[in-house]
Design a protein around this ligand. Structure first.
Ligand code: ADP
Length: 457
């Protein structure tokens, strides 16, 4: 039995060991399983949280997409509306441009026609080539060769070259052209923004016709005025001769033996006759200048001497009024110049005569200064200064007009024709100079004139 018992015991022990080992393994595996389960649960939770989150994201993305879709269709419809408005505005603009009588066109930066109204294209009727896209120089060529333009005797090529050169300028000059129909068109072309050129073709036929009519009317009026002045000049000349007779005879009469009363009458005839002669001489001069019949006769003149002669002539009048009449002739200025002595004397007599006439006390000063301007010519400044009644600023320009005198109480007692200064200005202008005046009422006046005279040997 011993050996058999041992075997059974051993077998049992081994089985027990095996069972124990199996139990341990089972225990370990179930521990592992538990841990794995736990891990799995954690994962599952995380996963489900993630799913919830994802769902939210998808939902909000979906609602956003929905909103965008709405916005998109709104933008689209707005765009459509804007487009329709733009088309409408363009049509309106073009329709309005069609209604105007003048031509209007736009060319792009390459000089190609973008759009033009009917008036602009009118000279090109029947020319199919003239349509948007045509280049400006080609348009010129069609206009010149197709007979739309009155080239006024110029060769078509010259006209096209000149017009193309004009078009290429940065600032295109305004140009008047004449159409074959006889109408005048003023072309005004301006560079616009972005290189476009905006062109206007204004029909100015009426303005030009009116201008021509006015021009003709003016020429007729001037001719009539010249004819009247010529008549006046002849008349004054004719009156002068018998008037000289009257004055001369009155002088002779005065020299004879007369009673007191007769002498008074004869003296009155003489002085009235002289006054009348003075007026007639003024009118004669003025009408001669107006009729453009007055010619200057320049010759060598001693200007200093001439000024002295004028002073000597007017000295008695100045002395009678107690006025100092003095001359200041620049000592560095030559005295001999080429000038018309008679006319220069007349200007001086007018100015110095007025200065003496309108001054009651003080002085009259004639000053001559000058400088050499260029090759032998001298700029002479002559001024006549007085301490007389002066002239109000509002009358300063007026007094140079014909028959114009200052209408004021202070002026009433002085006689005159109102022609002296008009003649003076005309004479000085005829000599190529200028007259001016400065004055303060109650203090005095200063009349001056400037002449450019060649020095004489
Ligand atoms: P007239 O002396 O014959 O009236 P003028 O043409 O010489 O004509 O002068 C026009 C007017 O200008 C004068 O009537 C006078 O009112 C004014 N005038 C001219 N010279 C002077 C002066 N030196 N001082 C003040 N007034 C003057």
């Amino acid at each position: 039995m011993g050996e058999g018992a041992t075997t059974i015991t051993e077998k049992l022990a081994r089985e027990r060991r095996l069972r124990l080992a199996a139990e341990r393994l089972l225990e370990q595996k179930s521990r592992e399983l538990f841990a794995a389960n736990q891990q799995l649960a954690i994962h599952a939770r995380a996963l489900s949280e993630q799913i919830v989150e994802q769902r939210q994201v998808v939902a909000s993305a979906l609602s956003e997409a929905e909103a965008l879709k709405g916005q998109n269709s709104r933008v689209l419809s707005e765009l459509e509306r804007a487009h329709a408005a733009a088309v409408m505005a363009e049509r309106r603009l073009l329709d309005s441009l069609e209604t105007i009588r003048d031509g209007f066109a736009i060319f792009d930066a390459e000089g190609r026609l973008v759009t033009a109204n009917g008036a602009y294209l009118a000279p090109f009727v029947g020319q199919d080539e003239v349509a948007p896209g045509i280049a400006y120089p080609r348009l010129l060529a069609i206009a010149a060769h197709g007979g739309a333009i009155d080239l006024e005797g110029r060769a078509a090529a010259d006209w096209i070259a000149a017009m193309t050169a004009r078009w290429e300028e940065e600032h295109i000059a305004t140009q008047v052209i004449r159409l074959a129909s006889g109408r005048f068109v003023r072309l005004i072309d301006r560079r616009g923004r972005g290189g476009d050129t905006v062109c206007m073709a204004l029909d100015i036929t009426e303005t030009i016709t009116r201008e021509r009519e006015l021009e003709e009317a003016r020429a007729r009026a001037e001719a009539a005025s010249r004819a009247k002045s010529a008549f006046l000049a002849n008349m004054s000349h004719e009156i002068r001769t018998p008037m000289n007779g009257v004055v001369g005879m009155a002088e002779l009469l005065c020299d004879g033996s007369l009673s007191e009363e007769q002498r008074l009458y004869a003296e009155t005839i003489r002085s009235s006759g002289e006054a009348l002669l003075h007026i007639i001489n003024d009118i004669l001069d003025y009408s001669k200048i107006e009729a453009e019949k007055l010619v200057l006769h320049p010759e060598p003149v001693d200007v200093e001497r001439l000024v002295h002669e004028v002073a000597v002539l007017l000295q008695p009048r100045a002395t009678a009024k107690g006025i100092d009449l003095t001359i200041d002739y620049d000592m560095f200025l030559p005295t001999r110049f080429e000038a018309d002595p008679g006319r220069l004397r007349q200007v001086l007599v007018n100015l110095v005569g007025n200065a003496v006439k309108f001054t009651e006390a003080g002085h009259v000063l004639v000053r001559v200064v000058g400088f050499e301007a260029d090759d032998g010519r001298w700029q002479l400044h002559v001024s006549v200064e007085d301490t007389g009644i002066g002239i109000a600023p509002e009358h300063l320009e007026h007094i140079f007009g014909e028959f114009n005198q200052v209408e004021a109480e202070s002026n009433r007692k002085y006689e005159g024709t109102g022609l002296g200064l008009a003649i003076t200005r005309q004479l000085v202008t005829l000599m190529g100079g200028e007259v001016w005046v400065e004055s303060t009422p109650g203090e005095g006046s200063c009349f001056g004139f400037r002449l450019l005279l060649p020095a004489a040997a």
